[in-house]
Design a protein around this ligand. Structure first.
Ligand SMILES: Cc1cc2nc3c(=O)[nH]c(=O)nc-3n(C[C@H](O)[C@H](O)[C@H](O)COP(=O)(O)OP(=O)(O)OC[C@H]3O[C@@H](n4cnc5c(N)ncnc54)[C@H](O)[C@@H]3O)c2cc1C
Length: 380
């Protein structure tokens, strides 16, 4: 446990760690293999306040700080990154967008059910033809009196097939392009809104990822978030917060890989000695531990800046970029330390090695993070 945390933060960490070890660890591979959404686990996490970690208590949230939220995500990711991804995306993307930019009526209507975990939220920016260049989207909402008519599709949407409340970004004027992007609240079950393909994935397999299809979906005027044309700026701000969650997930995955490697290196004997006696193995462990410590500091720094209301976009991208790449390195070394057993599903590093790759891709690839960091440095 991290000595720099306060007693209160350590108590939150203990709740998350105990839950992950007792309730999640025994069923990790069952959910990984079936790709079934872990509904009961998510319901219980809702009861613990983890589905509305930082949102105010009067709206059903737990009123925790961003630092406490990253501690929780790290602990869940240490055991099952798919569950941690569900928690992180639900908190920061859909609910995060509503909390940052929704009006009072929208917050009162949607946030309590999301923050308690009664309903799941999804956030839809990416399209088949627009990922890193998310402003190049084609989905369009056209005004019809007070309402909007939505047509298009979104791809790779987390909680896509299990969500109830969706925040969807769409153009409102094709000629204006990304300047016209606006964000809308969509509820499951409205006419013309269907769920498409559920993805079969390399990792994060029990996190739900699906395509959304919109065919003449009528959205009431009161479901526009903010003003027309504000959606792209809103989305970038929401992603700043989301990236702190991805950084925390990366730290948790790397810590899970290190914990498993330490135990294995002490137990596994070769040439008549535990492999932990060999300097080549020790150096791997030392590099992993050092990079994890650095990644954790960057992540907690970004979270603290967010809570204190200071600019945190640069810090969030630096944390996400460094932590995700360090976690990829750590899981690779963890499999190497396990030798052939690291390739076998009975050992947790096999799954962590697969799950971690999303960290350098989702919510902006490493290349995109470097573009953001450089833009901040150059003042563009
Ligand atoms: C499991 C999963 C869950 C996801 N969840 C969500 C979600 O909930 N909501 C949502 O909206 N999206 C979601 N996404 C989408 C995710 O954010 C995108 O996949 C990601 O942003 C990358 O976009 P892309 O896949 O289209 O890759 P591309 O943008 O096509 O990138 C391909 C490669 O080109 C590189 N590249 C692109 N442009 C540049 C450039 N200018 N300079 C240098 N290199 C560049 C990229 O870094 C990458 O290496 C999810 C994706 C996955 C796989």
């Amino acid at each position: 446990m991290d000595a720099s945390l306060t007693e209160g933060q350590k108590a939150v960490q203990k709740v998350a760690r105990d839950f992950a070890e007792k309730e999640m660890r025994p069923v990790v591979m069952k959910f990984d293999e079936s790709q079934e959404f872990p509904r009961e686990i998510i319901d219980t996490l809702g009861g613990l306040g983890f589905m509305g970690m930082t949102w105010p208590e009067e709206l059903g949230g737990a009123g925790l700080t961003d630092l406490e939220a990253v501690v929780i995500i790290e602990e869940l990711a240490r055991v099952d990154p798919s569950v941690a991804l569900t928690v992180a995306s639900h908190n920061s993307l859909c609910t995060g967008h509503l909390m940052l930019f929704g009006d009072e009526a929208q917050k009162r209507k949607y946030v309590p059910d999301l923050a308690s975990g009664k309903k799941l939220g999804a956030w839809a920016l990416t399209e088949p033809g627009s990922g890193s260049d998310s402003g190049g989207m084609k989905t369009i909402a056209v005004r019809d009196g007070e309402a909007w008519i939505l047509n298009g599709s979104k791809t790779f949407i987390t909680q896509g097939s299990v969500g109830s409340t969706y925040v969807v970004m769409a153009l409102t004027d094709r000629a204006q392009g990304k300047k016209s992007i606006s964000s809308f609240i969509l509820e499951r079950g409205v006419a013309g809104f269907t769920i498409g393909k559920k993805e079969n994935k390399l990792g994060m397999r029990c996190s739900d990822t699906a395509t959304l299809l919109f065919e003449n979906v009528r959205i009431p005027g009161e479901n526009l978030i903010g003003m027309p044309g504000e959606g792209f700026r809103q989305a970038l701000k929401v992603l700043d917060g989301g990236r702190i969650g991805i950084a925390a997930l990366s730290v948790g995955i790397a810590q899970g890989a290190l914990d498993a490697s330490l135990a294995y290196a002490k137990e596994r004997q070769q040439f008549g000695r535990p492999i932990a006696d060999f300097q080549a193995v020790q150096w791997k462990l030392a590099d992993m531990a050092t990079e994890i410590a650095a990644a954790r500091l960057l992540t907690q720094r970004a979270a603290s800046l967010k809570t204190s209301g200071e600019p945190y976009s640069l810090a969030a991208s630096q944390a996400k970029y460094f932590a995700s790449e360090a976690a990829v390195r750590a899981t690779g070394e963890a499999v190497q330390i396990h030798g052939g057993y690291g390739f076998i599903k009975e050992f947790p590093v096999e799954k962590l090695y697969r799950d971690v790759k999303l960290m350098t891709i989702g919510e902006g690839t490493s290349e995109v993070q470097k573009m953001i960091i450089a833009r901040n440095l150059l003042g563009d």
